[in-house]
Design a protein around this ligand. Structure first.
Ligand code: UGA
Length: 433
């Protein structure tokens, strides 16, 4: 069986390398010339632990190749995974489906008889039905399946090769059997599989991300109550987490969620719920998004309180990526806060172990430095906004000698308040005592 992966961004590159690792011959389709050149050399166009060695090994062996030609892809593949992006629309909250529809229209005329097209991109419910109609026009013998992806950045390879579960949205039994064949090695590890219809498969994915976002916004809303009452949200989350029905994960209060997935998926689901007249879900998700934005604003207003006046002050921002082990700065809370403080007149110095190049390109007016200590030189306030392990290891005693004022705000609630206070720092967390 030969496999193509259409769209080699985050999801597609990892999926292509993962499929090669499972033993298939794989052809990745990427239309961006720079991205294509990077991939062809066996290099990853972004930072993701464990991905590059995998990519290089399979490119070197010839099992994994890349092209920009849909014609070549159609002739090559038995199974075609759609991994193109579904960003937020430029005007509005809904998902922009132009890449998904465009790639199916480009591929369809070249498909071989009986080929299987499998959607992995995150889409609004109802999209697969529409793509099935497009395929029926241009490639009547082609089949469609929906197999959403749940990988997390930072764990993308592990999540691809050893997922928590597989979901197969199918409209005929032969699609299920082809997907079972593709994933035979993964299923042999007793990975749970849910076989369902297109609409449910599409909804599983957006519901999973909406639920994770809701969990984070819930604890962040409770963090606000903690701030008003002198309670401590970290102790509270630990205690909640001991209840197996709730669990401790995704209950870390702080500056909130960002990235290329949770924020836009919450908004797209909110938009789709509105279109369908599911008003309760729409308003729940609107609040989840509003709470999240409010936490970012709260960091800015706490910074203002700590600084007195923002204009003319010097602020060190530790972190630029939307989360650790990633160089992804899409909708990053850290850079949102840094940008607001810069606009209000602060001199902002940012350090991140991996995301500096991306941040510099996107926000060229912020200051960037090569180490966390340099970022903190003469700072009036240190903001810890992405929880890289190396920031946790900073010695507050040593850092005290380089700053102008010993003030720190931990926007991720992972620094040890007692240690920082013992070194003479004014320490604030998010929803902490
Ligand atoms: C998310 C989902 O977790 C994946 O399952 C999904 O496949 C992926 O989106 C996607 O749709 O492609 P990811 O964007 O890599 O994965 O990031 P998460 O680990 O979910 O973190 C999202 C954001 O939430 C980060 O900014 C993180 O710092 C924040 N977060 C997470 C919190 O603020 N608190 C928490 O307790 C957990």
């Amino acid at each position: 069986m030969r496999i193509t992966v259409i769209g080699c961004g985050y999801l597609g590159t990892t999926h292509a390398a993962g499929m090669a690792e499972l033993g298939y011959e794989v052809l990745g389709v990427e239309v961006s010339p720079t991205q294509l050149a990077t991939l062809t050399e066996g290099r990853a166009p972004f930072y993701e632990p464990d991905l590059e060695p995998l990519l290089r090994r399979h490119v070197d062996s010839g099992a994994l190749r890349f092209t920009d030609s849909y014609e070549e892809a159609g002739a090559f593949g038995d199974v075609h995974f759609l991994c193109v992006g579904t960003p937020q629309q430029a005007q509005g909250l809904g998902a922009d489906l132009s890449q998904v529809e465009g790639s199916v229209r480009s591929l369809a005329p070249h498909l071989r008889d009986g080929a299987l097209v499998v959607g992995k991109s995150t889409v609004p419910v109802g999209t697969a039905e529409r793509l099935a109609e497009i395929l029926a026009e241009d490639a009547p013998s082609a089949r469609l399946g929906w197999n959403p992806e749940f990988l997390r950045e930072g764990y993308a390879v592990q999540d691809t090769l050893h997922p928590d579960r597989l979901v197969f949205g199918v409209s005929e039994p032969s699609v299920e059997s082809t997907l079972r064949e593709v994933y035979a090695k993964v299923l042999a590890e007793d990975t749970p599989v849910v076989v369902t219809d297109f609409a449910t498969a599409e909804l599983v994915k957006v519901s999973a991300n909406a639920f994770l976002a809701t969990k984070i916004s819930f604890i962040n809303a409770v963090a606000e109550v903690c701030e008003l009452t002198g309670a401590d949200v970290v102790d509270l989350a630990d205690a909640l987490g001991h209840d197996n029905r709730i669990g401790r994960r995704f209950l870390n209060a702080g500056v909130g969620f960002g990235g290329g997935c949770l924020p836009k998926d919450v908004r797209a689901f909110q938009h789709r719920a509105g279109e369908l007249g599911a008003d309760h879900l729409m308003s729940l998700l609107r609040d989840v998004d509003a709470i999240n934005t409010h936490r970012r604003e709260s960091v800015v207003s706490q910074a203002r309180e700590m600084l007195g006046t923002i204009a003319g002050s010097r602020v060190a921002v530790l972190g630029a990526a939307f989360k650790p082990d990633s160089d992804d700065i899409r909708d990053s809370p850290a850079l949102w806060v840094a940008g607001q403080l810069h606009l209000a007149g602060a001199q902002v110095s940012v350090h991140d172990p991996q995301a500096m190049d991306n941040a510099r390109k996107r926000f060229p007016t912020l200051g960037y430095v090569d180490s966390p200590v340099t970022a903190c030189e003469d700072a009036d306030l240190v903001l810890h906004l992405t929880e890289w392990p190396q920031f946790r290891e900073i010695d507050p005693q040593e850092l005290a000698s380089v700053v102008r004022r010993r003030q720190v705000l931990d926007g991720r609630n992972v620094l040890d308040p007692a240690r920082w206070r013992a070194a003479g720092w004014t320490f604030r967390g998010m929803g902490r005592r």
